[in-house]
Write a protein of this length. Structure first.
Length: 302
């Protein structure tokens, strides 16, 4: 058995300190102290384990969130729309009319893209599918990272109202409503309170240079002015993308130019994603990308 004097003889430490150590070691062999120490060690282990687990858990949460944000941002910041192998077939009684054939199309955020092609090549059909006004017969439509091919009409209508702003060749303004009321319309469908909707609509009319004609009805406005109101209506809900089907088709070239100037400003200054169908080369020349359609297919992308 080890004794205090034996250790004192072998050790370079002060004898009195070693004596204390030996007393401690000897006491540790007693049954009641052993249980106490084990209990103490167990508690310490459990506490340490809990702390380490909490730290690791927190780290994994942070890492997961970071990964999700980066991945999701990467996904949604670049690709807004992806059409995969889209076909559209109109059925007229017994006959089937294939209008879109295996169309692949991708639209990135912040892009201004022109869709060009001969009359009847399927441009408006493609745009109607992009804007959830129509469904494809086959294929997959990914919007903002989400497959929307199988959504119900009601869900599609909700996305359309929230995410898409339409501008058409013939404006489609409500004839009996003022410019202001026309611009307020999408907000009305969203349930925005009236005062807030009016404030937002006036702000949009201001942006397109139409604030001074807010109380005019469409028949008291020129074609270019009506198109500006239609653009304000498309913008008021802060959509992800503006789809414009021949927006300058009914305008003289100078007014058309002014409307195009507005689109260009919205794209360059505000980073708006815009798709414009046009027959006019001077309009497609202003877009970053030109997609050419022929006989229901995309045949060329600039
Ligand atoms: N609802 C429909 N039912 C049947 N056929 C349709 C329907 N809508 C369009 N089509 C047909 O689909 C084809 C493509 O039409 P779409 O309107 O997409 O052409 P487009 O390229 O926009 O032509 P445009 O430059 O003249 O506007 C046309 O042959 C048209 O007749
Ligand atoms: Mg068309």
């Amino acid at each position: 058995m080890i004794t205090a004097s034996a250790i004192n003889a072998l050790s370079p430490f002060k004898p009195e300190r070693l004596t204390e150590r030996v007393r401690f070691i000897s006491n540790a062999n007693k049954p009641c102290s052993s249980v106490g120490i084990r209990f103490l060690m167990l508690s310490v282990n459990i506490s340490m384990g809990t702390i380490i687990y909490a730290i690791l858990h927190k780290f994994s949460q942070i890492a997961y969130n970071l990964f999700f944000i980066l991945f999701n941002k990467g996904l949604t910041l670049s690709s807004l729309i992806k059409l995969e192998n889209i076909t559209k077939v109109y059925r007229m009684g017994e006959n089937e009319l294939p209008v879109l054939k295996n169309v692949h199309f991708q639209l990135d955020r912040g892009e201004m893209t022109a869709i060009v092609g001969m009359s009847g090549s399927g441009k408006s059909t493609l745009m109607n599918i992009l804007g959830f006004l129509d469904r494809c017969t086959e294929g997959r439509y990914i919007f903002s990272g989400r497959d929307v091919s199988y959504l119900s009409e009601l869900e599609l209508a909700a996305i359309r109202n929230q995410k898409i702003g339409f501008v058409f060749q013939s404006f489609f303004l409500l004839p009996r409503s003022t410019a202001l009321q026309n611009v307020m319309l999408p907000l009305f469908y969203r349930g925005t309170p009236r005062a807030e909707a009016e404030r937002m609509a006036r702000q949009m009319l201001e942006k397109v240079g139409m604030a001074h004609l807010a109380e005019h009805k469409p028949n008291q406005l020129s074609g270019g002015q009506q198109q500006r109101v239609a653009i304000a209506r498309a913008l008021v809900g802060d959509p992800e993308v503006i789809l414009a089907d021949e927006p300058t088709g009914a305008l003289d070239s100078q007014t058309g130019d002014e409307v195009m100037e507005l689109f260009t400003t919205l794209n360059r200054k505000e980073g708006r994603t815009i798709v414009i169908i046009t027959h006019d080369k001077s309009i497609s020349a202003r877009c970053q990308r030109v997609v050419m359609m022929k006989d229901g297919r995309i045949v060329d992308v600039d």
